[in-house]
Design a protein. Structure first.
Length: 295
């Protein structure tokens, strides 16, 4: 097992770039125009995917008690949609971290000409190397890449850069406890084992999901208070289905940009994840974490 104290932690650059630096043009085929690559929030049934992604960003940012002039750290900032929204709607400065070269370049362009006196800085940097004080932290869809042996180090790092009244919003995919899943009537098959291996080898190298109670316990051990666990599983089913429909519609272009094998790989990934969110094997949760004592 990797030691988190004996030596300086090095970010998992190669694993992240293996997925996110595939091709911006390929991801554009199935993501919404904002290039938001995480569970949307369909607050209303008639929402488009783009509207639901904006609603998800607002849902997350709205839980942080942001005030004008604060500095927000976005760990795993993707292609920059949240950073842009935070500056424009919430009047805060943003520091966005990503390990993806493509995301770094795209997000940097996205925030360059914002019509605001606030700033958004995108850095090609991991949380492991970040030491600057901030007021709030948000992380959406990045925790899955950290691996369990680094959870304590991650929460310790977040605690160390926040003030005593700091807040954090962590949005991540989680596994439900096995006993709970079995009690609901879900049966694990050989196909499920193959799918997990497929995801870890061919889609998200080095990726790993946590149990929801593991997230809570590690955060609490670092000094956070878990104020809310907001499950969004059904919204991810709809998100994944929308991505699948868009990619199927762009099949020829997807194959031209990559290959038949890569197109089939992504269809298998998106549809397989959708079915597993639908039956509750996995879920996606927003953890609202506070530091100030209650009351």
């Amino acid at each position: 097992m990797e030691s988190v104290t004996a030596k300086k932690l090095e970010p998992y650059v190669d694993n992240v770039q293996a997925h996110y630096d595939l091709s911006d043009e390929f991801f554009e085929l199935f993501l919404d125009p904002s290039m938001t690559y995480s569970c949307a929030y369909f607050e209303r049934e008639d929402m488009t995917l783009e509207q639901a992604q904006t609603a998800k960003i607002d849902l997350a940012l709205g839980k942080l008690d942001l005030r004008p002039g604060m500095t927000l750290l976005d760990v795993g900032c993707g292609w920059g949609a949240l950073a842009t929204r935070a500056v424009e709607k919430y009047d805060v400065d943003v520091i966005g971290l990503t390990l993806s070269q493509n995301q770094f370049e795209h997000a940097g362009r996205a925030v360059k000409n914002l019509s605001s006196t606030r700033t958004a800085e995108i850095r090609l940097q991991g949380w492991e190397d970040f030491d600057q004080p901030v007021d709030r932290i948000v992380s959406i869809g990045a925790f899955e890449h950290f691996r369990r042996q680094r959870y304590s180090a991650f929460f310790d790092k977040c605690r160390s850069v926040l003030p005593d009244d700091g807040r954090m919003l962590l949005h991540t995919i989680v596994m439900r406890p096995l006993a709970e899943i079995m009690a609901s009537g879900v049966v694990f098959t050989r196909e499920d084992a193959h799918f997990v291996r497929f995801i870890m080898r061919e889609i998200f190298p080095g990726g790993q999901l946590a149990l929801s109670d593991m997230v809570a316990s590690k955060a609490t051990a670092s000094g956070f208070r878990v104020e809310r666990e907001h499950a969004l599983g059904p919204h991810y089913v709809r998100t994944l289905d929308a991505w699948t429909d868009r990619l199927v519609a762009a099949r020829e272009e997807a194959i031209e940009l990559s290959s038949v094998e890569n197109y089939d790989r992504y269809i298998h990934y998106l549809t397989g994840c959708s079915s597993r969110f639908e039956d509750g094997r996995i879920d996606v949760v927003q953890f609202s974490l506070g530091l100030a004592p209650p009351g």
